[in-house]
Design a protein around this ligand. Structure first.
Ligand SMILES: NC(=O)c1ccc[n+]([C@@H]2O[C@H](COP(=O)([O-])OP(=O)(O)OC[C@H]3O[C@@H](n4cnc5c(N)ncnc54)[C@H](O)[C@@H]3O)[C@@H](O)[C@H]2O)c1
Ligand SMILES: O=C(O)[C@H](O)COP(=O)(O)O
Length: 630
């Protein structure tokens, strides 16, 4: 053995996600009437031994005595043990194989069960230190070899000492008998391994906690799968983001915390510290102050369409990428707009409310068909244009107004001004984006230009419409009804009250910002936004990023990727390339994309350089954010 560190791994609940004796109990007791009871007693003894409450040797003997264990049972577990590998172990086989001569598997478990795993990891049989089962003539397990020190308490330190290792010894395990190795002076460092089970006394006694093999490799400065262990990356998702997003992000190895409602600015400032990625929906304001407090933030995802709640420029100035899900709830909003239009035309909500009060009021007065009426769409983007198609299919005439040139779909007609649209529309529906300049663009003047008795819908953003002016126009009967899904002041959670001057007005439908709140849309948003985040975190891809230049990138393979976000100012690329050349890095590929504010350079370099060389790149003037990926 040489002077490099030796890594000693426990087996049960460290290299595999099971406890051997519990798994053997399940096999040996299958069909037995007292199986559950015996199984529970075995699990209790395992926990007591692993927490240091019962001596290991005693717990082992008591557990074996409880089981009618045979060679066949042991073989059955050995046959399927490769399926029980700890998740992060399966993903780091390359590390084990590359360092097999520095790895020892040390376990109070049984050699027959460990052998297939050791073989898969490339660890030689003589580096597996474990108990040896003894069998009687009928193949029944009679106990463990008492001459093996691992059959007794304190066995692990004794066995390690007997190896005569000369370099540093690093112990990795989940149990108290692993912590004892360091306490007995037989290891220099002890990592409490907590991917499968986290035992507080063991963690307290450890030098550090490793929640995965990736974390261990990172802490030990060893080359793992990733430049940074994903489990250390904290993703905070607010506002009840769909579980599909949580599943995708956790599946990729990241640590995800969720909060049901929105957070106020001060609360968010508290929570954002140490967070690498923030996920919000439409309520949480990600302000300049919040971004200032965000010491680790790399990306923000709006799990919705609108991004007006996020200070995009302030995020770009800090190299924080912002993503959204621009199309995932479009159809849901459009369907609600169609439904609300029909409901307003037929005064459904007031008629229904009267019925609930016990009043029967059958009348055709004021009720109209959609067919042949003119729908005026303000904002002909993703939602407006999709609504245009559905409305025409229902027999409406469609006109629209947009600030920018848009392709008119079907027979829709573009109107040169909002006033021209208002003069012709029986129903006006607002689908503009939430930019600040759109605040109160629909006020008394616009309401006055609508046709008598026309209807208004707003499913875009609350600040677009002057609510006081709308209440007046509705109260005076100037317009015939309105449906609003968005409001200037929306409650942060379902537990908070809602108030508005529109409450109680005739033929006014109020919905609690549910345009995009369908199961289909929420799941699609969760998946889309999580995928965008993963593409950015894992390979630097900024496709669909709304505040940084968009660059589509393939996975990094066989190289290290350097990602540099900088202020768009003269000379940055030249300085960067000078620094790279000075540091002796060999460039394999390079992309640069800029917008008027920011530049994004992606440089793939040959690995095997001195990591210290990267320091220089951070100091290039104009640097907003720098990270390396592999
Ligand atoms: N109610 C909900 O639950 C819900 C769900 C999704 C989206 N939204 C909101 O709906 C709105 C539209 O979403 P989208 O995906 O269609 O956005 P989009 O960006 O695709 O379209 C917006 C369109 O409005 C136009 N526009 C902006 N300001 C204008 C103005 N003053 N006058 C005329 N046109 C103007 C833009 O040029 C663009 O074509 C956004 O505000 C979004 O936040 C609400
Ligand atoms: O921007 C959006 O997509 C909508 O306003 C929906 O927002 P929500 O996710 O907060 O419901």
């Amino acid at each position: 053995m040489n002077d490099a560190a030796t890594y000693i791994f426990d087996f049960d609940s460290t290299l595999v996600r099971i406890e051997t004796l519990e798994a053997l109990a399940d096999i040996a007791l299958a069909g037995s009437p007292d199986a559950a009871e015996v199984r529970a007693e075995i699990a209790r003894l395992t926990d007591q031994a692993m927490a240091g409450e019962v001596a290991f040797g005693e717990a082992l003997r008591r557990r074996l005595a409880l089981l009618p264990l045979t060679r066949d049972h042991v073989q059955a577990l050995a046959d399927r043990i490769l399926d029980e590998g700890t998740p992060s172990l399966r993903k780091n086989l390359a590390f084990f194989r590359a360092h097999a001569d520095r790895i020892v598997i040390l376990s109070g478990g049984f050699r027959e069960i460990i052998a297939p795993v050791a073989e898969r990891l490339g660890v030689a049989p003589d580096r597996v230190l474990a108990n040896d089962l003894l069998y009687d003539a009928e193949g029944r397990v009679a106990g463990v070899d008492p001459a093996n020190p691992l059959s007794e308490a304190g066995g692990k330190p004794a066995v390690i000492r007997a190896l005569g290792l000369t370099g540093p010894v690093v112990m990795v395990g989940d149990g108290w008998n692993d912590a004892e190795v360091k306490q007995a002076g037989a290891a220099d460092r002890f990592y409490a391994f907590t991917e499968i089970v986290r035992r507080e006394p063991v963690v307290s006694a450890a030098d550090a906690e490793a929640a995965s093999i990736d974390e261990l490799l990172h802490a030990e400065g060893l080359a793992g799968r990733w430049s940074y262990p994903r489990s250390r990356m904290r993703i905070l998702l607010l506002e009840n983001v769909h579980p599909a997003a949580v599943d995708r992000l956790e599946e990729a190895g990241y640590t995800v915390e969720t909060v049901k409602g929105a957070l106020g600015e001060d609360e968010l400032i508290e929570r954002i510290k140490g967070v690498h990625v923030l996920g919000v929906r439409s309520k949480t304001q990600v302000s300049d102050r919040v971004l200032d407090a965000a010491d680790k933030l790399m990306a923000v995802a709006a799990f919705c369409i609108g991004t007006n709640q996020i200070d995009l420029a302030a995020a770009a100035d800090r190299g924080v990428a912002v993503f959204n899900a621009p199309y995932s709830n479009t159809r849901s909003v459009v369907e609600l707009a169609v439904g609300l239009t029909i409901a307003l035309m037929r005064d459904v909500s007031d008629k229904s409310a009267a019925m609930h009060r016990g009043e029967w009021n059958k009348s055709a007065t004021g009720s109209r068909e959609l067919r042949g009426k003119t729908l005026g769409i303000v904002g002909y983007g993703a939602i407006g244009s999709q609504l245009s198609v559905l409305a025409e299919a229902l027999g409406m005439r469609v006109i629209f107004h947009d600030l920018t040139e848009r392709l008119a779909l079907g027979n829709a007609r573009r109107m040169s001004s909002l006033d021209a649209l208002l003069a012709e529309s029986d129903v006006v529906t607002l689908h503009v984006d939430g930019r600040v300049e759109n605040t109160n663009i629909f006020g008394a003047a616009q309401l006055a230009r609508m046709k008598d008795g026309a209807l208004l819908l707003n499913l875009s953003r609350g600040h677009i419409v002057d609510i006081g002016a709308l209440a007046q126009a509705l109260g005076s009967g100037r317009i015939g009804g309105a449906a609003l899904d968005v409001f200037p002041d929306e409650p942060a959670t379902n537990a908070d009250p809602f108030d508005s001057p529109l409450r109680g007005l005739k033929n006014v439908i109020l919905t609690p910002h549910i345009g995009g709140s369908t199961e289909e849309a929420q799941e699609a948003i969760g998946e889309f936004a999580a995928d965008r985040l993963l593409a950015y975190l894992n390979r630097g891809d900024t496709t669909f990023c709304v505040n940084l230049p968009n660059v589509q990138l393939a996975e990094v393979s066989g190289a290290h990727r350097l990602l540099h976000i900088h202020r768009n100012q003269p000379g940055v690329l030249a300085d960067l390339n000078r620094a790279i050349a000075g540091a002796g890095l060999n460039i394999l590929g390079q992309h640069l994309k800029t917008d008027e504010r920011t530049g994004y350079v992606i440089i793939d370099v040959e690995s095997g350089y001195d990591p210290e060389a990267l320091r220089v790149l951070r100091s290039v003037a104009g640097t907003l954010r720098f990270r390396s990926l592999y």
